[in-house]
Design a protein around this ligand. Structure first.
Ligand code: NDP
Length: 317
């Protein structure tokens, strides 16, 4: 924010940060309310559905639809009504002044009377040095994106939630063997998903175990495992290493202004998308750690647009 001159900054009524289901639904609603929203796409345009194959639970598509295709439809619908989608990421904000200040890609100032946050969430990693180094070279946080690269090979996936179960099952379509590595002796995933994993002939669960290193020069060759009680350090030879240990909301740039919970989810007032700063609204996975579905994100995006529209009308009254 320092060194950025806001004197002649572009001034909008509504600026939406993020283009997943929440942001683009907010864009459709606020564009149809004649508010000409500016939509800053963010580092992962389209959000998490872009990395998904079949979406079978989004109402209105009885035969399912591919993740990227449904997001193209969201985008086309928002643009049809006059939303302006712009490449770039909001890198800092100042919500202590009005109109609110934002900087895009560390250089372009934008000011806005209202802001709708729909920055979503991103995959969490174990935090190992070699995990970061080998990301995209055998390490992945998205089995649906990268599973097909491991045809006939042995792979491992870490985690005990629904995502880990779903992805382990997906990986069995390609891999010859899938190890599920979990740090406890029971899964937290739903019973039906656990049952499918435990019954699958290609899947072997390694309980009460943590991953302490990932091996490989240019490509992954194995993972170093250790029992959670510190015993039995050993190497598991695998060529693919998948991480499915949950997600982290993309809300750090708002930390100085917005109330968040201990994991970083933005707190909103009950039955609304109001944050603690009047005129700033939050929707989608940036504020929802419970449901985290495309349809619920779209629902809260719609709420945020209506909240922003009414709030603007009250200010002008
Ligand atoms: P969860 O938070 O449910 O599970 C994360 C898993 O990762 C847990 O088993 C946790 O272990 C483990 N874990 C966390 N941190 C570490 C670490 N540092 N090292 C090793 N293991 C770790 O996340 P999910 O992404 O699986 O699911 C999120 C939400 O989305 C859930 O509500 C889930 O039900 C829902 N979902 C629903 C689906 C569906 O219905 N089809 C599909 C996918 C997700 P521990 O158990 O010990 O805490």
């Amino acid at each position: 924010m320092e060194g950025i001159d806001f004197t002649n900054a572009e001034h909008r009524k509504v600026t939406i940060i993020g283009t997943g289901p929440a942001g683009l639904t907010a864009a459709i609603y606020s564009a149809r309310a004649n508010l000409s929203p500016l939509v800053i796409q963010g580092p992962e345009p389209g959000g998490q559905l872009i990395t998904t194959t079949d979406v079978e639970n989004y109402p209105g598509f009885p035969d399912g639809i591919m993740g990227p295709e449904i997001m193209q439809k969201f985008e086309a619908q928002a643009e049809r009504f006059g939303a302006e989608l712009r490449w770039g990421s909001v890198t800092s904000v100042d919500f202590s002044v009005r109109p609110f200040r934002m900087v895009v890609d560390e250089e372009t100032p934008v000011v806005s009377d209202t802001v709708i946050i729909s920055t979503g969430a991103s995959a969490r990693y174990l935090g190992l040095e070699n995990e970061a180094r080998l990301l995209g070279h055998g390490v992945s946080a998205c089995a649906t994106c990268d599973g097909a690269f491991f045809r006939g090979q042995e792979v491992a996936i870490v985690g005990g939630g629904d995502t880990a179960m779903e992805e382990a099952l997906f990986l069995t379509r390609f891999a010859s063997k899938v190890y599920v590595i979990h740090r406890r002796g029971e899964f937290r995933a739903s019973q039906i998903m656990q049952d499918r994993v435990l019954a699958h002939e290609k899947i072997e669960v390694i309980w009460n175990t943590e991953v302490i290193d990932i091996l490989g020069d240019k490509l992954v060759t194995g993972a170093v495992l250790r029992n959670t009680d510190g015993s039995n350090e050993r190497t598991l030879p695998v060529e693919g290493f998948f991480v499915a240990i949950g997600h982290r909301p993309n809300t750090d740039i708002f930390a100085d202004f917005l109330d968040r919970d201990a994991t970083g989810y933005i707190l909103t007032k009950p039955d609304s998308t109001y944050t603690n700063v009047e005129g700033v609204f939050a929707s989608g996975d940036a504020q929802d750690h419970v449901y985290r579905q495309a349809i619920t994100a779209a629902g809260t995006g719609c709420m945020a647009a209506i909240d922003a529209e009414r709030w603007l009308a009250d200010q002008e009254a």
